[in-house]
Every structure is written in structure tokens, then in C-alpha cells.
Design a binder for this molecule. Structure first.
Ligand SMILES: Nc1ncnc2c1ncn2[C@@H]1O[C@H](COP(=O)(O)OP(=O)(O)OP(=O)(O)O)[C@@H](O)[C@H]1O
Length: 424
């Protein structure tokens, strides 16, 4: 798969249980930039899981998140190594990815809830994805980036103990609110920009930023928004040193692997040019477009036409609610969706763009919610016919590339693009 040769290679040892990289102490230690009191997520008001769990007649919890994950946790408990279950009580399945199962757990000693992402790592592709994710998670500590608490590594499986995000995905929250304004959009984007700027400052390029990888920590209005899913992330591509003269700094080198999610993928990636962390900024432009309108900037039933429109940077502010959206907001998006990566805003510049910087104090308070949720619903029904289920194998991953927002597009890799580009 995956991100081919430029991806960080797996450090998963074959010696069995290898290491615990971070202790719970790391989690409980206050983060300097975290202005939110750290509470037990289940204690926070309106806990997402409390609404998402139903009790069966025998009193057991039944996960019903989005109606998509009606699976009893018991089935997955068997797959957990006893050294993991000795420390964590497995509660419920909360999600699944191409190579992973994510379960809600409770730390036995402290009764605190966490998520465990269990990855099967026997297949080379899965090992690669896991290694990329681990390499990043072992480095990061920021209030807008998901935090790993500890990791258990075995020859076949890796268990990452993560902060439990109970607030749902970014777009789910946009829909569930009755009211959504540009100011709300800038609040969310500011948090994403803080997380992404932090990653870039560490020399990390995410490469798969999209709304479904942005999770709220808790259901409250003041929740942090977290950047998650580092399966395609890599060290390198830091833009700071890649100036107009194409001179690279010591800390950055161009990336080459074609990977990501098509609708959010920058043109230089599609064109297989060397690229930098500015591909994340392009993705943020697409995310901003989606958050403000409920539709994608680049979308087409024909995969070939979709490629073309991305590579030409051809999109419009067409239909509702765009006439109600401020020019500053559109300017922000345009500056992120510049074809030339060198002229695209950096994360730091984006935070200081007038739309983001001044929105809290001014600008449009028009309620865009109706149009956004209508567009998102249309998108959902389109994508449910195009992509009936999430997929796991690498071949399957490519088959669900071009779809919409509510049923998120799977990530795509170079090999998959090759066949489409040849047709163009
Ligand atoms: N820390 C967490 N807290 C709560 N839910 C989580 C957490 N991490 C992941 N999830 C949820 O679990 C599901 C699977 O996530 P995961 O990152 O394993 O795969 P993915 O990114 O959705 O899929 P893919 O691997 O195909 O890209 C997603 O719905 C995600 O929202």
C-alpha cells in the first residue's frame, strides 16, 4: 500500500510484548496549552457515549453509534491479549478502520475511560500504517492532537491506548447543532490549525486531513477538536525551507508518495510531483469549504473528471449557502486552494488570516445551518449508493475513493491512482 518507500518503517518488534512508551502519568500531566480542565470524559455533561449506548435486556451495553457499529464488544474481547485486559476493561466497540478496531475501555486501576486502537500488523501494509501512526503518536503532545497514553506491541497486534474522544466527528456536530455560523466555523478551524501547525513545527505532515479525522474530545460546546489518524503521516516535507528557490532546509525534504483521500488531495500529489506539508493546507482549504457549505469543492461522479478538476484547481462557490458567506471566508479558502503550493497559506499564516483572526469579534453571524445540513444529507445519500460499506483490504480501500462526506472516503495510495491516471 501505503505510502511506499517514504513511509516510516515499522519498528514493531517480533519479540512479543515490547514496551510501554508512555505511562498514564504522561496523560494526567497538565498540558501547558490546554485551557480545558481535564475531567473524566464520562463525567462531562451530555456524554456522547451515554446517548450512543443502549442497554440490552440483559443489562449489557449495546453500541449503536451512528447505527453503523451495532456490534457487541464481547466478540472483540477475545482478541485482546491478556496483558492488555489485565490493565483495561474492554467496554464497547466504537469504530473500525481499514486495519483497526477501536474500543472504549476503562483503566482498571483508575476507572478512567480511554480508547484502544487495536491493529492487526501481520500484513506488511498494516505494519506500515501502524508504524507511521506510532512514530507520530510517540512524539506528539498538544491539546488539538490525539494523545497516546501507552502502547502494547505484540507480533500480530498492536494496541494503542488513546484519549477517548466522545464528542463525535466535526461534521456530525455541525449537523447536530441547530445553528451554525461563520464564527462557529472559525472556532473549529482555529483548533485544527493549532494542531496542524504544531505537527508541522515537529516536521510531521499528516497527509490525510479530512473531516472524519477531526474528533471532538467531548460533547460540550467548549470541547477541544482533535486531529487523529496518523496512518499516512510522515516526517518530512516541512515547508519552512522550501522557498521559491526550491532550497530545502535541513529539517525538511520533499515527499513523493502518492497517498491521501482524493477529495482532499492536493494537485501536486495527484501529479506525482515532490510535495511538502503544504498538502495539509490544501486539505484544510477543502475542509473549510465543506464546513461552510456541506458540499465538497471538488466532486464528480466521474473519477477522471474529478482528477482533472483537482489538478486544475477548478471549483466554484456555487449554490446555497455561498451567497450568504462572507468574501473574507472565500478569500481564506482560495488562499489555501492555490494551485501553487509555495503561495498557499502556511498554518501560521492561516491562523492570522483576517477571517480567522477577527471572526470572533465580527463578521457574519448568519445561520448557515439549514443549507449546510441539506447539502450534507444529499452528500450522504450519494455516498451511500457509491460506497455501501467501509473497507479493509488495500484493494478495497481504493474502491471507495471517490465518495462523499458522511460516509468518509477511504484513503488512497499511489498504486490505486496509477490505473486511473493511465485512463486520463
Ligand atoms: N481516540 C478515539 N476515540 C474515539 N473514537 C475514535 C478514536 N480513534 C478513532 N476513533 C473512531 O474509530 C473509528 C476508526 O478509526 P481509525 O482511525 O482506526 O480508522 P479510520 O481512520 O476511520 O479508517 P482508515 O483506517 O480506513 O483510515 C473512526 O470512526 C474513529 O472516529
Amino acid at each position: 500500500m501505503g505510502c511506499g518507500s517514504s513511509k516510516v518503517q515499522s519498528e514493531v518488534s517480533m519479540k512479543g510484548y515490547v514496551s510501554v512508551v508512555q505511562s498514564l502519568v504522561a496523560f494526567t500531566k497538565a498540558r501547558s496549552d490546554d485551557n480545558e480542565p481535564r475531567k473524566h470524559p464520562e463525567v462531562q455533561s451530555g456524554c456522547w457515549f451515554r446517548t450512543a449506548l443502549q442497554l440490552e435486556s440483559n443489562g449489557r451495553e449495546r453500541p449503536v453509534r451512528d447505527g453503523r457499529h451495532r456490534v457487541k464488544s464481547d466478540r472483540y474481547k477475545d482478541r485482546f491479549d491478556s496483558r492488555v485486559t489485565a490493565r483495561y476493561d474492554i467496554k464497547a466497540l466504537v469504530g473500525r478502520g481499514s486495519f483497526s478496531r477501536v474500543v472504549r475501555v476503562e483503566h482498571r486501576a483508575t476507572r478512567r475511560p480511554f480508547a484502544i486502537k487495536m491493529m492487526e500488523v501481520l500484513a506488511p501494509e498494516a505494519r506500515e500504517v501502524c508504524a507511521s501512526e506510532l512514530a507520530v503518536l510517540q512524539r506528539v503532545n498538544h491539546s488539538n492532537v490525539i494523545q497516546m497514553i501507552e502502547v502494547f506491541q505484540f507480533p500480530q497486534r498492536v494496541y494503542m491506548v488513546l484519549e477517548l474522544a466522545t464528542g463525535g466527528e466535526l461534521l456530525d456536530r455541525v449537523i447536530s447543532r441547530g445553528h451554525f455560523t461563520e464564527r462557529d466555523a472559525t472556532r473549529a478551524l482555529r483548533m485544527v490549525l493549532a494542531g496542524v501547525g504544531y505537527l508541522h513545527s515537529l516536521g510531521i505532515t499528516h497527509r490525510d486531513l479530512k473531516p472524519d479525522n477531526l474528533l471532538y474530545y467531548h460533547p460540550g460546546a467548549d470541547s477541544r477538536l482533535l486531529v487523529t489518524d496518523f496512518g499516512l503521516a510522515t516526517f518530512g516535507g516541512v515547508t519552512a525551507g522550501i522557498g521559491p528557490g526550491d532550497k530545502e532546509s535541513d529539517s525538511g525534504w520533499p515527499l513523493r508518495t502518492t497517498c491521501g483521500t482524493l477529495e482532499y488531495m492536493a494537485p501536486e500529489v495527484l501529479l506525482r510531483k515532490p510535495y511538502s506539508s503544504s498538502v495539509d493546507m490544501w486539505a484544510l482549504g477543502a475542509i473549510a469549504y465543506v464546513v461552510l457549505s456541506g458540499s465538497l469543492p471538488f466532486e464528480d461522479d466521474s473519477r477522471t473528471r474529478l482528477y482533472r478538476s483537482i489538478m486544475r484547481g477548478k471549483y466554484r462557490f456555487h449554490g446555497e449557502p455561498w451567497p450568504s458567506v462572507s468574501n473574507l471566508a472565500k478569500d481564506f479558502i482560495q488562499r489555501l486552494l492555490f494551485l501553487d503550493p509555495a503561495t498557499r497559506l502556511t498554518a501560521d499564516q492561516a491562523v492570522h488570516h483576517p477571517w480567522v483572526a477577527t471572526m470572533a469579534a465580527s463578521s457574519s453571524m448568519r445561520n448557515l445551518h439549514r443549507s449546510i445540513s441539506q447539502n450534507l444529507r444529499k452528500q450522504r445519500s450519494r455516498s451511500s449508493t457509491q460506497c455501501p460499506s467501509r473497507t479493509r483490504s488495500s484493494a478495497d480501500r481504493s474502491s471507495s475513493v471517490s465518495n462523499g462526506l458522511m460516509r468518509p472516503p477511504s484513503s488512497v495510495t499511489g498504486e490505486h491512482l496509477e490505473s486511473h491516471q493511465q485512463k486520463m
